[in-house]
Ligand binder design. Structure first.
Ligand code: FES
Length: 274
C-alpha cells in the first residue's frame, strides 16, 4: 500500500507542512507518539512528530535539513506516494487535568507537538499556554499553523525580536513561573534548550516532560541507536519515550550522542544538493 501525499505547503524559509494518507496510524495515534517515514526503496528511516491525525491522514511539520527531507520537498508532490509510514510509535503522553499546562517549543518537531499536546490538554479541561520560539521572522509559520487555536495564552518569540517577543521560550517561561502560573511544562526541540529548561524548573519542583530526540534506526527498541541515560539506567527514546522527565535525563550524554553523525549528514546533504 502506498501513502499518498494529500497536502503540502511551505511554512517558512526552512520548514514545510505535509499531509499523508496513513489510515492505520490516524486510527490509533495519540499525542506524544511519532511515525517513521521511508520515502522510497533507497530511503533511510526518518522519525517525524505528528501535528494531527484525523480522517485517515496525518499532518507533519518537516525541516529541509537532511537528504530525505530535501527529497520530500523537491521530489514528492501532492498525489505522489511514500513507500512507508510506520507507526504510531512510542508512548503517548498522559492526558488528564493538571491545571495550567505549558508547551514550550523551539524547533520544527516541537511546533507540531505543541499543537497536538495542547489540543488534547485543553479538551481535558486544562488552562493551556503555548510558547513558540523561532529564530527570526523568516522562520515563523503562518498564523493558521501556530498553536493559537488550542492555547488560552499564546506567546511567540524570535531571537532577534523581528516579530513577537525578543528572546526565547526560557525567558517567557521564567516570568510565568515567577507569577506562579505554571503547574506542568511539556517541551520539545533543541536539546541544549531542554537541558536549560530542566535546570529552570527543577528548583521550583515543576514537573517537566520533554521529547528527547535521538538518531533512530528501527524505531522499535531493537537497534540501540536512540539509547539515552535516564535516572542512571539505559532507556530507548523510541520505545520508552520519546517523552521523558527532563529532571532525570543525562543531558550531557544525550547531546553528545545526538552529534555523532553531524559531519556525515552534512556531507550527504551537500552531495544531494550539488
Ligand atoms: Fe533503534 Fe530506538 S531506534 S532502539
Amino acid at each position: 500500500m502506498g501513502y499518498r501525499i494529500t497536502k503540502k505547503e511551505n511554512l517558512s524559509i526552512i520548514d514545510f507542512f505535509m499531509e499523508v494518507e496513513a489510515p492505520h496510524v490516524a486510527r490509533s495515534w495519540k499525542p506524544g507518539q511519532f511515525v517513521v517515514l521511508i520515502v522510497d526503496e533507497k530511503g533511510e528511516r526518518v522519525p517525524m512528530s505528528v501535528y494531527y491525525a484525523e480522517d485517515g491522514k496525518i499532518g507533519m511539520f518537516i525541516r529541509r535539513h537532511g537528504v530525505t527531507t530535501f527529497k520530500l520537498w523537491y521530489e514528492k508532490q501532492v498525489g505522489d506516494e511514500l513507500l512507508s509510514v510506520a507507526g504510531p510509535l512510542g508512548k503517548p503522553i498522559k492526558v488528564k487535568y493538571y491545571g495550567n499546562v505549558v508547551f514550550a517549543s523551539d524547533a520544527v518537531c516541537a511546533q507540531a507537538e505543541s499543537y497536538a499536546t495542547l489540543k488534547a490538554m485543553k479538551e481535558a479541561g486544562n488552562y493551556t499556554i503555548a510558547i513558540q520560539s523561532f529564530e527570526t521572522k523568516d522562520h515563523v509559520y503562518p498564523e493558521k499553523f501556530l498553536a493559537k487555536p488550542v492555547a488560552d495564552e499564546h506567546y511567540l518569540t524570535t531571537e532577534d525580536g523581528s516579530v513577537g517577543i525578543k528572546g526565547h521560550y526560557l525567558d517567557v517561561l521564567k516570568e510565568l513561573i515567577e507569577k506562579d502560573k505554571v503547574d506542568i511544562v511539556f517541551a520539545g526541540g533543541k536539546l541544549g534548550s531542554l537541558a536549560k529548561l530542566a535546570e529552570l524548573t527543577r528548583p521550583y519542583g515543576i514537573p517537566t516532560i520533554v521529547t528527547v530526540r535521538q538518531i533512530m534506526v528501527d524505531g522499535t527498541g531493537m537497534c540501540g541507536s536512540c539509547r539515552i541515560l535516564y535516572d542512571g539506567q539505559i532507556k530507548f527514546a523510541c520505545r520508552d519515550g520519546p517523552m521523558f522527565d527532563a529532571h532525570k535525563v543525562d543531558w550531557d550524554d544525550v547531546i553528545k550522542r545526538d552529534a555523532r553523525f553531524v559531519e556525515q549528514q552534512n556531507l550527504a546533504r551537500e552531495r544531494y544538493l550539488q
